[in-house]
Design a protein around this ligand. Structure first.
Ligand SMILES: [Zn+2]
Length: 423
């Protein structure tokens, strides 16, 4: 028979164990399949009931190229006074950032005068505009959002953005997808036709309408026949990051690409610079074609050893990274202000901007990766490994990602995959 003191110890231990589990990985996994965020804040008042009988509410969707003026004209509003208010009142500013497809609710009277307007802003607020005794009033208040988990998958035919569009994935998620694999895949040079991906991500909804995307919870990318999977995980310090099934950080000690992948850069790369890539041996570097002014980021933490003009490199930055590694960024149009010899830079920090200084026939970044001062091909070199989840927590991690791994399997079998194949 255990003494009463021992029972107490057992009870305390199991409670603290539950608390730790409840606060760490589950806060991420709670969002599968649905997490509802409710905020007990009042919604803006609706128009007076007695005014309602002469008021016509209608929903008008934002079209590409719409201004608030063209949208209201389509909704039957003919009201210079209202337009004057919308143009000048600071509270109406969200109406000048309209995303196609989003609904705007508009109320008019029989003469086409604006009586009220409702719009869910990108900041997650409800903007309500009312006319009272001839004067307009605008107010914004937070609204209850619910966060849903969305599964999508696609197959690349021409570009990652093309496949993502076909699968109905928002741009913000596509960019984030490239970021979570940034330690393993260079989205400029590595991605090819036939690559497949699946992604589990959050979408924020208000009144059943999507108002924006949230975090990626899990993602899978099959690149040249090799499948990578990453999962969102919150470490003991509360920091969120992406980890492989084995518990290795997906970020890596080095990013594969010094230029962030975006819709602009994705369309800019190929034709012109591929011939140069074939000449890697003579060239000693990899080129990233991108518009002048595109930010260039440090691929790893390090110390700037040189930032200035040097022969064919033009404006160039040399960074000494961990141990024997160093990286070189050439042809820059300009440097970030903090980048000088001796300055510390962090992985992902913007250190300069794409240009065509030195021996360059068009705007591009020339990037070199050196080990013990010998240039190596950054597209193929084995990069130093990244930190892993400690042995004390890796079992917890592996158990926590199981439902997300199932979601990835499910995403792969969705009609979205077939849809993407038409890209
Ligand atoms: Zn080059």
């Amino acid at each position: 028979m255990p003494a009463p003191g021992q029972w107490l110890a057992v009870a305390v231990l199991s409670l603290s164990g539950m608390a730790a589990f409840g606060l760490a990985p589950d806060t991420v996994l709670d969002t599968v399949p649905t997490l509802t965020i409710e905020r007990a804040l009042p919604r803006p008042a609706l128009p007076d009931a007695d005014a309602a009988d002469t008021t016509y509410w209608r929903e008008e969707r934002v079209r590409r190229g719409d201004t608030i003026g063209s949208l209201l004209a389509r909704a039957g509003v003919d009201d210079p006074e209202a337009m004057q208010f919308l143009r000048t009142d600071p509270a109406a500013r969200p109406l000048y950032r309209l995303n196609p497809g989003r609904p705007v609710h508009v109320a008019t009277d029989a003469d086409g005068e604006l009586v009220g307007l409702r719009f869910h802003t990108r900041a997650g607020e409800m903007l309500a505009i009312e006319r009272h005794d001839g004067a307009f009033r605008a107010e914004s208040a937070p609204v209850a959002e619910d966060v849903r988990t969305v599964l999508r998958s696609g197959e690349i035919r021409s570009s990652l953005f093309g496949a993502a569009d076909a699968a109905g994935i928002p741009d913000a998620v596509t960019v984030a997808l490239a970021e979570v694999f940034a330690g393993d895949i260079d989205f400029y040079h590595d991605v090819q036709r036939g690559d497949r991906f699946s992604v589990v991500y959050e979408m924020r909804y208000v009144d059943g309408e999507p108002v924006g995307s949230g975090r990626i919870l899990a993602a899978e990318f099959e690149n040249r026949g090799v499948t990578l999977r990453v999962f969102l995980w919150r470490d003991a310090d509360g920091e969120e990051g992406y980890f492989t099934e084995a518990g290795r950080s997906a970020r890596g000690a080095f990013l594969r690409s010094p230029v962030e992948f975006s819709r602009i850069t994705s369309g800019f790369t190929r034709a012109r610079f591929h011939p140069i890539l074939q000449k890697w041996r003579a060239h000693k570097g990899v080129d990233y074609a991108a518009p002048t002014g595109t930010p260039v980021r440090a691929t790893a933490d390090g110390v700037v050893t040189f930032a200035g003009r040097q022969g064919g490199y033009g404006n160039v930055i040399f960074v000494r990274n961990q141990r024997t590694y160093s990286t070189v960024y050439g042809h820059l149009s300009r440097f970030a202000p903090q980048v000088k010899a001796g300055a510390r830079v962090r992985q992902g920090e913007t250190i300069g901007y794409v240009g065509m200084t030195g021996w360059a026939t068009g705007p591009h970044l020339h990037y070199e990766f050196r080990i013990a001062d010998v240039a190596r091909n950054p597209l193929t070199v084995a990069l130093p490994t990244a930190p892993t989840i400690g042995p004390d927590r890796v079992d917890e991690f592996k158990a926590a990602i199981l439902p997300l791994a199932d979601s990835l399997v499910l995403a792969r079998s969705l009609p979205g995959a077939a849809l993407a194949a038409t890209d």
